[in-house]
Ligand binder design. Structure first.
Ligand code: SF4
Ligand code: SF4
Length: 174
């Protein structure tokens, strides 16, 4: 059976036309203006990435796309399947803050209305109930845990309001 981990389209055969230097600059500002041209494509980042066999482009390819100013990078599943384990960042001989870039790309993608449906649904669930899933009593009993303490959902929703998380779905500059 074919695996379907990828959230977004494959780029195989895609011809990219527009290179956007401003986009490269925008990404650079995510990591304090670090020079992305320092990346010399050694692929050490990709070699250590635990999701490398689940994504449609590898981390070093993501870096290449950024250097070329290709906004299509926001549609890659690397952005969303990244576990933020920081392995790539630790391994990079050039000290590029790769994981921090990917964090930033998530936010940039969200602001443009690009996000896997699962994330939108999970966010709504968290907003509505304060939980990503409902733990069952027997699970807690098995672990000899006390009942789940009551919490005020309004407090959680206030946090969402403060961080603007629920508004991120709106396309700010698609
Ligand atoms: S490890 Fe660093 S220098 Fe090597 S490809 Fe990845 S980002 Fe570029
Ligand atoms: S931080 Fe993300 S991209 Fe980097 S190695 Fe971990 S999973 Fe891969």
């Amino acid at each position: 059976m074919e695996e379907t981990w990828g959230q977004f389209k494959t780029f195989e055969g895609t011809r990219f036309e527009a290179l956007d230097a401003e986009f490269t600059q925008e990404v650079s500002t995510l990591i304090g203006g670090q020079d992305l041209t320092a990346c010399f494509q050694c692929a050490k980042c990709s070699a250590g990435c635990p999701v490398s066999d689940k994504v449609n482009i590898q981390v070093h390819e993501l870096m290449r796309m950024l250097l070329f100013g290709l906004k299509e990078v926001l549609q890659t599943d690397m952005v969303w399947l990244c576990t933020t384990c920081y392995t790539c960042q630790e391994r990079c001989p050039q000290g590029i803050h790769i994981t921090d870039i990917i964090f930033g790309l998530k936010n940039m993608a969200f602001k443009r209305g690009i996000a896997p449906k699962g994330y939108i649904v999970a966010r709504q669930g968290l907003f509505d109930t304060g939980r990503l899933y409902e733990p069952t009593d027997w699970e807690r009993e098995d672990l000899e845990l006390e009942d789940i303490p009551e919490f005020n959902i309004a407090d959680i929703q206030k946090m969402f309001e403060k961080t603007g998380l629920m508004r991120l779905e709106e396309k700010e500059d698609a």
